[in-house]
Design a protein around this ligand. Sequence first.
Ligand code: CO
Length: 137
Amino acid sequence: MIGRLNHIAIAVPNLEAAAKKYRDQLGANVGEPQALPEHGVTVVFVDTGNTKVELLEPLGEGSTIQGFVDKNPSGGMHHICFEVPSIADAVAKLQAEGARVLGDGKPKIGAHGNPVVFLHPKDFDGTLIELEEISSS
Ligand code: CO
């Protein structure tokens, strides 16, 4: 069901400092910051050729990322994102098998303008998994 690894997300306390490290020290191709209020984050994508790194900084009150950064003050790996051809099919299959989709189970629009859902980390080996619908057109 899952396809390519779309990105690995790292939550950081300071997005500007993190983006600068990837750009200047690691020599990576670093994008512009993008505010996603619906997800409570500001993101910067780092294109590594075969996949991307998504740097996440908490945005706004009650950001779910804030709790993570509080527990991991120097930052840490937050989630991994796989591509799927259909979110609806993926959610139906996973829920039928007892896996928990976070929130109301309905997809939200993610950073790339595509529908995304998140799966409960307790159902996937302690790892938060994001599924992103990538239409093959
Ligand atoms: Co993500």
